[in-house]
Write a protein that binds this ligand. Sequence first.
Ligand code: ATP
Ligand code: MG
Length: 397
Amino acid sequence: MNQTFLAATPVLEKIEKAGFEAYFVGGAVRDYLLNREIHDVDIATSATPHEIKNIFPSTVDVGIEHGTILVLFKGQGFEVTTFRSESNYEDFRRPASVTFIRSLEEDLRRRDFTMNAIAMDREGRLIDPFNGKNAIDYQIIETVGEASERFKEDALRVMRAIRFVSQLGFSLDRNTEREMANSAHLLKHISIERITAEMTKLLSGTYREKALSIAIETNLYSYWPSLFNQKNILQSILSFPTKQLTEIEIWILCTFLFNHSNSNELLKGWKLPSKKIQFILRALFYLRWRREHEWTSYDYYRAGKDISMIVERVYQTSLCNDISAIEENIENIFKQLPISSRGDLKITGEVLLEWVNKPAGPWVKDVFESIEKAVINNDILNEVAEIKRWVTSCYLQ
Ligand code: ATP
Ligand code: MG
């Protein structure tokens, strides 16, 4: 068995010794059967959270109201969740309350897709009442039970289905896909944060083009927040070689293609972290500039290495060009620049004030920018004497 499961096996053993059942469940079992890398193992058990806390001396209540306890064992943390049923769905969202139960099969029944509803015991034997292994073999995403019901219970599952398409490249079962289209409007009951979390995974997936095509076919996109709710933008994205881009680069490309006067508002519609929005907007600024200009050494310096690379990658993708050499080229350009930031200059603001003998003011910033430009363009060397000579001749006459 895989190393990640092996590390967790003693936890299962301990729970069993105490007289309860315990299994590996969810994404880890699915990814293991697919030979994909496993991130975190989830453990499901017939023991209640209280019983789990009696078995293990060291635990953290990470989600006790949903039955989840973090068990700290031999320096590692394992999420252990009590079998539960979720019957009280309200407003097409997660259930308001959960009921702890003792039946594994019932716990598997409340899970979203058959590929996610497989349990594995500590010997590696599968408990698979909904034929999830078969769905994995045939690369099919199908709901556990009636799709229309399951999407009505929790409309986020519509997003989960499509992000799994993007991550795994699987196809949707016909009925599941039809009901996804019928239930897409229920997404309006789901919080933007949860939709965005799935969208981020979707845009990071290897098969994102397949997923976005399905979003168009099922009309799901039209219930997304601004930017990605534009069919023409999605279709043009599909016409570019976006496979070569990262998730954030796709956001940048989209905002670029949308060319809206208030990109900030569009991005806020997705409630992206403000740091991410600021980064996208900065890249967008340079991307729009790039449309009209070639890079000079000073432009590279001003934009910085990260932004330069990303802007160039997105720009060339928007021209349908290959971008595989960009990173190395820009890396080399930056290696050859005499300075990589203002901090590399051999003079400080204080020194400048001494030379000029004038009260500090906005002029300091302007002079610094001129010095940086002169150094980057190799007009002067980054040496105190030379900078002084240059500043004196330019500004003190
Ligand atoms: P990932 O690899 O992205 O973590 P995952 O399948 O493990 O994928 P999680 O969100 O970690 O997804 O959820 C763990 C498991 O809980 C899922 O495999 C599924 O069985 C169940 N699950 C999660 N969200 C839902 C939901 N909205 N409805 C029903 N079951 C769900
Ligand atoms: Mg998971």
